[in-house]
Design a protein around this ligand. Structure first.
Ligand SMILES: [Zn+2]
Ligand SMILES: [Zn+2]
Length: 231
């Protein structure tokens, strides 16, 4: 296996996922320059996890927030963007394992959440999931459930309607787009449970807020959110 690997490397020398520079022997996935650009996200609002310069968080004071705490590993930048792109479209296994080790370091050193009873990914719509073959958030939530030794329920929340891609929309349009887009799988009893939602990137928070509202309406106790990066 090792021989095959090194033979492959001879013909297809591994390149940095982010800057495409040829990797050296002690580098995997990212070159050391890009690796150094992965910055832990610190100094954040205790609720939404946005970086704040002073105590007052503009995001939380401007709307009704249903989740209890959001945490993300990294500042969003081009290196993080490459990792997420590759997590979605290729190099899925190697990138998800790479990220798993960062989630492990983060969770072990910060221990940011109270007792978690179950873990669920933010769902992709079935049509989109079929097109891609998997939900990238689910790959991560499965690994995070193993780290925390907690029950993983990928099918806890479903998307009711096909929400348009969020990227072209402004904040108000995004809220409208995701409102009532989700249903809870009533096979599972979530009353008084603490739930951890996992997503790839936290952007406006519309999606997780909408899911959190649904979970709270169904008597869950707390909703926590964990993502790779805060955009
Ligand atoms: Zn690089
Ligand atoms: Zn906040």
């Amino acid at each position: 296996m090792r021989l095959l690997r090194s033979t492959l490397d001879l013909f297809f020398p591994p390149l940095c996922l982010s800057c495409s520079k040829r990797l050296k022997g002690n580098e995997t996935l990212l070159c050391l320059t890009c690796l150094a650009k992965l910055e832990w996200l610190e100094g954040v609002c205790s609720v939404c996890g946005n970086e704040i310069k002073n105590k007052h968080c503009r995001y939380c004071s401007s709307q009704h927030i249903y989740f209890d705490k959001v945490r993300s590993l990294f500042h969003f930048n081009s290196v993080v963007q490459s990792l997420i792109h590759n997590l979605k479209y290729n190099e899925t296994t190697i990138v998800s394992n790479f990220l798993k080790s960062y989630f492990e370091i983060y969770l072990n050193s910060y221990d940011p959440f109270e007792k978690i009873d179950l873990i669920s990914p933010v769902p992709l719509h079935a049509v989109r999931k079929r097109a891609r073959g998997y939900n990238q958030a689910e790959l991560l939530s499965g690994k995070i459930a193993k780290i925390l030794d907690t029950e993983h329920i990928p099918q806890l929340i479903k998307r009711k309607k096909y929400t348009k891609s969020q990227t072209q929309l402004n904040k108000a349009e995004r809220d409208n787009n995701v409102e009532s887009a989700f249903i809870l799988n009533n096979k599972f009893d979530i009353s008084n449970k603490n739930i951890l939602l996992v997503d790839d990137v936290f952007t406006t928070g519309s999606t997780v807020n909408s899911i959190s509202k649904l979970l709270k309406e169904n008597n869950c106790n707390k909703v926590f959110v964990l993502s790779i990066a805060h955009a």
